[in-house]
Structures are given as structure tokens and as C-alpha cells.
Design a binder for this molecule. Sequence first.
Ligand SMILES: [Zn+2]
Length: 116
Amino acid sequence: MYVRTRCSHCNKVDYHDIAINTLVRKTVFSDHSQMMRYLIENIDVDETISEEEMARSVLQELRGYVYDGITTYELCRILKEYFGVVAMHCCDLIQKMKIELDMYCPDHQHLYFVEA
Ligand SMILES: [Zn+2]
């Protein structure tokens, strides 16, 4: 899962790929019913990348899927489902991708390639 922060030095946006490690505790009651509890043991940052790198790596993966007229809604869904981007950051990332891909969004819903 990716979370976003701002660098304390240069104020640029960074994305951190975090892994949450949990401990599972099982409680068995006298009537044999069970309850599971998940305790967060540790949170690791696997990787930190800049917003530009994030947009570029997503683009590389997406190249075949982005088509003329794709909706921002669909792109957002792909980002969430396949890249683990937290929903609240999707819009910002799409803005970056739009620039990198040379796309425009006249109605704020559909993305089109700028014709050369
Ligand atoms: Zn920095």
C-alpha cells in the first residue's frame, strides 16, 4: 500500500510503499466460540519514490490500458486496485500522469491524448 508524505527538506511529494505486519491472537471462549484479533506489530517502509517516479512507473505498467477517452473514474479504479494507491491520492497522481502522457481533460471526466 502506498502512502504519501511531503519531504521535510525540499517539500516534494514522496510515496512510501508500506507493509503492515500483524499478530493474530485467537481467543477461545468456554462455549467454544472463537474471536480473532489482529494487532499491528510493525509497519515497514519497503520503498520510497518521488511522485514523478510513481507516475512514471504506473504509466509504464498502464501503457496498454490507457486509451483515448478513458474516464478519470476508471483510471482511479485501476490505480487503487492494481497499484495500491490510496483513494485520496488518486486525483493528484492522475494530474501528474496527465502531464506526462500529454493528455487533457476538457470535461473533468474523460481523458484525451493531445493530437500532435
Ligand atoms: Zn526532498
